[in-house]
Design a protein around this ligand. Structure first.
Ligand SMILES: *Cc1c(COP(=O)(O)O)cnc(C)c1O
Length: 355
């Protein structure tokens, strides 16, 4: 028996390798992702700090609040930041991205894959294809997308991708990861101003860095690392495609439910509903507003508060019961009988089971 039953012992080499191995499989890449010793936003800030430099033009696509913050960090690094913003009830289109690439000739572009706050998902594979054709470095915030939809790092040729476990994977939030391609590493190495000897330094955290090869980095939080190993084992047991599918069904059934209640999705284009969160438009003068969350139904964040409700059907809540509860909550708020909405929503799950 170990004395230390809570297991605060340092992370072993084999645990470290197990973790980087499962992160590689999670991102469908043969490269080894960087383990970020903190919540996902640190990895995102580290990417911005690593790629931004005076003389560079970077295209930042803003379809929600995280993209807006990323733009500020890029500007801090001295790059010229050109922005495409949408009203947050729409995601960007591939045509808008192609036009901006032609016009500004950026060396890199950045976007959020799935927007947890607005309920939209950007057309990731098309954006990445446009970038590849113009030889542009790509940066994708997939913190909320991972687990809810495919994130194919090698196939889509992504240079920087940030992920976290606490959204669709229902894992710990105190550790996260950034996948970096070979081109991405070369781009960082060519950035004189990229942080070194800093908590924002991806270069220092590179698992293939000599110091990291010699010794497991002491800054990786051990409890979170062990929790993440367990989370990723659970994900592999269920199967990543099955986890993705569960989120898709949660989204389709939530949409079927709200439409049967006579409510309207907040996102305008049904092709780009996020599998993570479904957002419901609050019509003017309606009594759909809520002060605080009721189960997985939550008020909008910040300025979206009076405009939408969010159904947070991700992670452990990407299942039929959670959607049923949310549908009943919405029916009460809208003073509608939930009967038809529940039938509509159930038929989605039952069709799947009957397959
Ligand atoms: C939640 C989220 C983050 C931040 O993740 P933290 O773990 O809270 O730092 C970043 N980007 C997106 C798109 C998110 O949904």
């Amino acid at each position: 028996m170990k004395q230390n039953s809570e297991n605060f012992s340092p992370l072993t080499r084999s645990e470290f390798d197990m973790l980087t191995g499962s992160l590689s499989r999670l991102l469908s890449t043969t490269s080894r992702p960087v383990i970020i010793p903190s919540e996902a936003i640190l990895g995102i800030e580290a990417i911005a700090a690593g790629v931004s430099a005076p003389g560079r033009t970077i295209l930042n696509i803003v379809t929600g609040p995280y993209g807006a913050i990323f733009g500020k960090w890029l500007a801090r690094g001295g790059a010229k930041v050109v922005t495409i913003s949408t009203s947050f009830d729409e995601v960007v289109t591939a045509d808008e991205v192609a036009a901006a690439v032609d016009r500004y000739k950026p060396c890199a572009l950045a976007f959020v894959q799935a927007e947890a706050v607005t309920g939209g998902s950007n057309p990731a594979s098309s954006i990445l294809q446009i970038a590849r054709q113009s030889n542009i470095i790509t940066i994708m915030d997939s913190v909320s997308a991972i687990g809810a939809e495919p994130v194919l790092m090698d196939k889509w040729d992504i240079d920087f991708v940030a992920i976290g476990a606490q959204k669709a994977l229902s894992g710990p939030n105190g550790i996260s990861a950034v996948g970096v391609s070979e081109r991405g590493w070369a781009f960082l190495a060519a950035t004189e101003k990229a942080p070194r000897d800093s908590i924002l330094s991806l270069i220092d955290l590179n698992p293939d860095h000599r110091a990291v090869r010699e010794q497991v980095p002491a800054n990786i939080p051990i409890l979170e690392a062990r929790a993440l190993i367990k989370t990723l084992e659970r994900v592999e047991q269920e199967g990543l495609p099955a986890v993705n599918r569960r989120h898709e069904l949660a989204s389709s059934s939530a949409i079927a439910g709200i439409e049967a209640l006579g409510l309207e999705p907040w996102q305008r284009n049904n092709k780009w509903y996020s599998p993570l969160v479904t957002t419901v438009r609050i019509p003017q003068g309606s009594n759909l507003n809520i002060e605080r969350p009721v189960g997985i139904v939550a008020p909008g964040d910040g300025e979206l508060r009076d405009k939408l409700l969010r159904i947070n059907h991700f992670g452990a809540n990407a299942n039929q019961e959670s959607i049923e509860e949310a549908t009943i909550t919405l029916a009460k708020l809208a003073h509608r009988d939930p009967h038809d909405a529940l039938l509509a929503e159930r038929s989605i799950w039952e069709n799947e089971d009957g397959e």
